[in-house]
Ligand binder design. Structure first.
Ligand SMILES: *Cc1c(COP(=O)(O)O)cnc(C)c1O
Length: 373
């Protein structure tokens, strides 16, 4: 079978989405499924929509275009502030974008007027993680400016935590977001349809029984795809953590000394970890490397230990006997390894439990054309 490959179980992904959608609906919170780790795979989008997700989000307009070309017609949100160079595409392909800069929103307004569309805006507020967001003290003035722009509709406010600095969503920062929503409504007289509290890191807070206030939307990626809580990297009870697996093929298998010989300096990617063992070990090489995965983000099966990775070789120790050349090893992935595997043109995608076969536009190595310069 073609290797390396991601084996993606669409029923398990649908189940994860359904479970989270159901639990959050009880709190009045809708789910926007974040597709950026999937390269906008329409197969996955359709599975999550079957799971009850109402909107899809992505950080990149290219992924949104991939889903549109794949026949996905659900409302979509660009969840990263648009590049000014892409405003025309954003207005054309999305219903909504998340914004932090008036200069960008003004350009979106111009693009929307040109094509006679109305574009929705969610203003992101900085609540301490120090990635994107308008500072809370500037929010009212920003809202005032946005409300004056033609063909722009202010749909709501949002926040994103735990991505840059690991700041946890809690009663204090989420309470501040709710209070901001209330005060904008009372000073400007508009209704904010969306109060988007954050990402998978918000689940602990949202499902803990805390008062969720005005928050009525979360944007979930990792928790649906990997069944994992990104704050503590722990499995979320009741979810599948093996919906997506990575399979790689053995291209060399030999007994070798565990210690290198010769004078050692740095390897291709800096200093290697010192060998933990002495004597000889059963070593295998898999045909996959840093170009395709983050080796630190792979969880090997029992009896396999990851030793080192270079661009195209993953070196493992096998303690489950001789691993024959041509055999395969299956790994679980974390978010970082998944991101890289999904975006590597050398890793194929094998869909499991696919309901119907939508027009697939997800890259397989064969369909990629490389342009040399
Ligand atoms: C990536 C991202 C998300 C989704 O994060 P997960 O941890 O995968 O749930 C949500 N919102 C924004 C703004 C993001 O960039």
């Amino acid at each position: 079978m073609i290797a390396p490959r991601l084996e993606i179980d669409l029923e398990k992904l649908q189940f994860n989405a359904q479970n989270l959608v159901g639990r959050l609906a009880a709190k009045g919170i809708s789910v926007t499924a974040v597709m950026k780790a999937t390269l906008g795979a329409p197969e996955i989008a359709n599975a999550l929509l079957r799971g009850g997700v109402k909107m899809l989000g992505d950080a990149r307009i290219e992924n949104i275009s991939t889903m549109r070309r794949g026949g996905v017609s659900t409302p979509m949100a660009l969840i990263r502030s648009p590049m000014i160079s892409q405003v025309a595409r954003v207005v054309e392909s999305t219903e909504l974008s998340f914004n932090t800069e008036l200069d960008v929103i003004r350009r979106l307004s111009v693009a929307a007027q040109k094509t006679k569309r109305v574009h929705g805006i969610v203003l992101m507020v900085e609540l301490g993680d120090l990635r994107e967001g308008v500072m809370p003290k500037d929010l009212h003035e920003t809202v005032r400016q946005v409300l004056r722009l033609p063909n722009i509709e202010l749909k709501g406010i949002g926040a994103n935590l735990a991505c840059r600095s690991g700041v946890s969503p809690d009663a204090v920062n989420m309470g501040e977001l709710s209070a901001l929503a209330d005060s904008i409504e009372s000073t400007s007289g508009i209704i904010l349809e969306i109060v988007s509290g954050g990402n998978s890191a918000n689940l602990d807070w949202a499902l803990s029984g805390a008062d969720t206030g005005r928050v009525n939307n979360l944007r979930l990626g990792e928790s649906i795809l990997l069944g994992c809580d990104p704050l503590h990297r722990k499995p979320i009870a009741g979810l599948h953590t093996d919906a997506i697996k990575l399979v790689a093929e053995v291209i060399e298998s030999k007994v070798k000394p565990s210690q290198p010989w010769g004078i050692t300096a740095q390897n291709a990617f800096g200093a290697p970890a010192p060998p933990k063992t002495h004597g000889h070990i059963q070593q295998a090489i898999l045909a996959i490397g840093r170009q395709d995965i983050d080796p630190e983000g792979l969880a090997p099966p029992a009896g396999i230990e990851i030793l080192e990775a270079s661009s195209d070789h993953l070196v493992v120790r096998t303690q489950r006997g001789h691993q024959s050349v041509g055999s395969e090893i299956t790994f679980q992935l974390n978010y970082s390894a998944l991101l890289r595997a999904m975006t590597s043109p050398f890793v194929s995608k094998l869909w499991k439990n696919q309901r119907s076969i939508p027009r697939s536009v997800v890259a397989h190595p064969e369909t990629y054309r490389f342009v040399s310069c």
